[in-house]
Design a protein around this ligand. Structure first.
Ligand code: NDP
Length: 238
């Protein structure tokens, strides 16, 4: 019998109340990890739910204090919370630009920052940031979103280089189109067009991303993997 080595590891997932984040919380819990999640609401019964807003550093610092007091020192971070405010670039409002930057990019910084020094001291840990196919190859109507998701890849690659000396790994996952509330907003006509472009001819499921996350968190399965972007997209490459 082998295991991913996540038993009793304390792992924090942002945006864990629903969608991909909830699937990650559920799988990590089933793999024996002690899981906490943060979100704007905390109704997911799996894991320790803490209401916190990733756009606010103080809110995430307070969440970090609560999580470590309740569960112990954090080993793993999954920066998953994200939003879309889609529009063509010429029509994109400054508010929608800022809101997406605040959640998807500043939010990742606010998620990692409160934990990083402790992780360095303990010399053990893994950070996984959820990027997107849009950040990797661009997507019409998503200049704001794609900019943040590409930036997260740059953040991860740089952090991986800085953190290696402390035995901390940082990786990104770039999901393709996944069935969640986020993609339910896509009009049916556009959805059909996207599906026709995907070699698997279907959207992925939140569990597909949860398993990729578990792999990248695992000190057993991925101990020499850092600064990587794992594409989980049904062969929907450029
Ligand atoms: P959902 O919209 O289903 O879930 C996102 C979660 O993040 C929600 O629970 C939401 O809370 C939470 N959230 C939003 N804003 C904040 C905030 N300020 N602070 C804390 N939590 C917040 O999205 P998905 O599960 O589909 O997406 C998860 C991640 O995967 C995102 O980063 C997304 O960009 C990425 N992704 C998704 C893809 C897809 O096809 N679904 C494809 C590629 C990447 P609330 O319910 O209150 O809004």
């Amino acid at each position: 019998m082998v295991s991913l080595g996540l038993e009793d590891k304390v792992i924090v997932v942002t945006g864990g109340n629903r969608g991909i984040g909830a699937a990650i919380v559920s799988l990590l819990t089933d793999l024996g990890a002690k899981v906490a999640y943060t979100d704007l609401a905390a109704t997911n019964p799996k894991g320790l739910g803490i209401v916190a807003d990733v756009t606010k550093l103080e809110s995430m610092e307070e969440a970090a204090r609560k999580i470590e007091a309740e569960l112990g020192p954090v080993y793993g971070i999954v920066a998953n919370a994200g939003i879309t405010r889609d529009n063509f670039f010429a029509k994109l409002t400054p508010e929608d630009w800022d809101m997406v930057i605040n959640v998807n990019l500043k939010g990742v910084n606010h998620t990692i920052k409160p934990f990083i020094e402790g992780m360095y001291e303990r010399q053990a840990g893994s950070i996984v940031c959820i990027s997107s196919i849009s950040g990797d190859r661009g997507n019409a109507g998503q200049t704001n979103y794609a900019a943040t998701k590409a930036a997260v890849i740059g953040l991860v690659k740089s952090l991986a280089r800085e953190a290696a000396r402390y035995n901390i790994r940082a990786n990104a996952i770039a999901p393709g189109f996944i069935n969640t509330e986020m993609t339910l907003a896509i009009p049916e006509k556009v959805r059909d067009k996207i599906t026709a472009e995907i070699p698997f001819r279907r959207f992925g499921e939140p569990d597909d991303i949860a398993w990729a996350t578990a792999y990248l968190l695992s000190p057993v399965a991925s101990s020499y993997v850092s600064g990587e972007v794992l594409r989980v997209n049904g062969a929907h490459h450029t």
